[in-house]
Design a protein around this ligand. Structure first.
Ligand SMILES: NC(=O)c1ccc[n+]([C@@H]2O[C@H](COP(=O)([O-])OP(=O)(O)OC[C@H]3O[C@@H](n4cnc5c(N)ncnc54)[C@H](OP(=O)(O)O)[C@@H]3O)[C@@H](O)[C@H]2O)c1
Length: 236
């Protein structure tokens, strides 16, 4: 069987890093992208050393040129993109009152516009081949209320709405669209103090990555649409 090609954005740390690993170990050809090259190269070298197929490409999800040239490089090397894991994301923990416009722009340009650009780049190929899977990493903040996360929630709720419409539009091409909505995950998105204090209340990035892989491993005619994942003890 030919290996499936998976592009994971935001793969330098956290959920994306673990997702790149679990897909590579499951036999996918993985393209790990983010801005921090040294972390990607280390990840990919470890995977290659263990006999897996993985490549690192620097890609700033805010830049249309960077996203489309990444897509082009993947296609040139591997011929097609079967799965896009739209994972790159940022946040700040601030009230709306205290949030500055550049902070708003940075969150929206990464989480919402960045995801839109990555989807736009892979979609024509998927439509042509009449198959593909777009997996968006959202958050329970997309549809729950957490103070000091207004802009982040807005970006994730926007992506949820966009993604739901996209799913309806691309069903006819056999393209699957999955929304992953995790609660608190122990990653560098949280500052060290919070991570130390609540480590036992948070899920691990590996646990989320394993579930992301599971959504990609469903039978052809099945799509896991929305996957809400919370720590057993609930939100922080
Ligand atoms: N941690 C949680 O509790 C939690 C809960 C629900 C959902 N999520 C979501 O999960 C996703 C991954 O977050 P995480 O928790 O794993 O945090 P993380 O460890 O901080 O990872 C964020 C990733 O996004 C990348 N990124 C940020 N800005 C980028 C840009 N402009 N271009 C390309 N890549 C960019 C970062 O790489 P570079 O800096 O190297 O570019 C990094 O690899 C995010 O979408 C987040 O919203 C997290």
């Amino acid at each position: 069987m030919t290996k499936r090609v998976c592009w994971v954005t935001g793969a330098s740390t956290g959920i994306g890093f673990e997702t790149a690993k679990v897909f590579a170990k499951a036999g996918y050809i993985v393209y790990a992208t983010a801005r921090r090259k040294s972390r990607l190269v280390k990840l990919v070298n470890e995977l290659k050393f263990a006999g897996h197929e993985a490549y690192a490409i620097v890609c700033n999800i805010q830049s249309e040129r960077s996203v489309f040239s990444t897509k082009k490089r993947i296609i040139e090397k591997s011929g097609a993109i079967d799965i896009l894991v739209n994972n790159a994301g940022v946040t700040i923990f601030k009230s709306l009152l205290d949030t500055k416009s550049p902070e708003f722009d940075n969150i929206m340009d990464t989480n919402l516009r960045g995801s839109y650009l990555a989807i736009k780049s892979v979609l024509p190929g998927m439509v042509k081949r009449k198959k593909g899977h777009i997996i968006n990493v959202l958050s329970t903040a997309a549809n729950s209320v957490f103070e000091e996360s207004a802009v982040y929630s807005g970006s994730k709720a926007g992506l949820l709405a966009m993604s739901n419409v996209l799913r309806a539009e691309v069903r006819k091409y056999n393209i699957k669209v999955t929304n992953i909505l995790p609660g608190n995950v122990d990653t560098p998105m949280w500052d060290a103090k919070i991570r130390n204090r609540y480590k036992n209340r948070m899920m691990s990035a590996r646990e989320i990555a394993d579930i992301i892989l599971e959504t990609a491993e469903q039978p052809k005619r099945v799509v896991m649409e929305d996957v809400v994942i919370r720590p057993i003890k609930g939100d922080l």
